[in-house]
Write a new protein. Structure first.
Length: 228
């Protein structure tokens, strides 16, 4: 899944020290994976460029824990594959390998592309969810046949040295920073709004990617208006 372009994008931002923050909550009931970089702004010395959170289902499949995407997921264009791969690697460490159910209520084209990448990659596999399982869903049936095709599958990472190499580099970069709890919480909180930020700034972010992220340090995103 970590294709040459994803590696190229990661190397392009090496000067801003890309790092991975992983949070396992409440005995692995929840898991959050956050990709961030060193970048000073008005409020922080870091900028979140990708985040995905998952929650554990009540029922296992083939004896394996099952997780589903929750909260808002988002990533700068060019880093979605890396983000989901990191999530899948962390899930593989839980109870001998946990499964990920695809997004359901809101499957974006970007997310659809990621699941298709998993299905075509030799490093991933999936289990078709049985209709008798509580993890099976017949509530969300999409007109788009491509989206329906991923609806009731549970994906898992089989392992690959190259995937693990870059995952470990990102983890190591994070650990070297020795961040405070407040700093880490701030990075995750920024990630909670990232999906909306990416949507608002998608065209500009795509242009940023196409320029090879050469002006990532000066690139600014538009903060969304939040209704209370």
């Amino acid at each position: 899944m970590l294709d040459p372009k994803s590696i190229e994008n990661l190397k392009a931002i090496s000067s801003v020290n890309p790092s991975l923050l992983v949070n396992h909550y409440s005995d692995d009931l929840r898991l959050c994976v956050t990709l961030y970089i060193d970048k000073k702004n008005k409020y922080s010395n870091f900028e979140t460029i990708g985040q995905v959170s998952v929650e554990r289902s009540d029922e296992k499949i083939d004896g394996k824990s099952v997780y589903f995407v929750t909260d808002t997921t988002g990533a700068y264009p060019g880093f979605g594959s890396l983000l989901y791969q990191s999530l899948m690697i962390e899930l593989s460490k839980i109870e001998g390998g946990a499964l990920l159910i695809s997004d359901r209520e809101n499957v974006t084209q970007s997310a659809l592309g990621l699941y298709k990448k998993m299905e075509s990659s030799k490093d991933f596999d999936f289990i078709v969810i049985d209709k008798s399982s509580s993890n099976y869903s017949d509530e969300f049936m999409y007109e788009d046949s491509d989206k329906s095709a991923i609806l009731n599958k549970a994906y898992f990472w089989k392992g690959a040295e190259l995937d693990l190499k870059y995952h470990d580099i990102l983890i190591s970069n994070h650990r070297k920073k020795n961040l405070t709890l407040d700093q880490m919480e701030s990075i995750v909180e920024d990630g909670d709004l990232l999906g909306e930020w990416v949507e608002i700034n998608l065209d500009e972010l795509i242009e940023l990617r196409d320029r090879g992220f050469d002006d990532l340090k000066s690139f600014k995103i538009t903060e969304p208006e939040i209704e209370y």
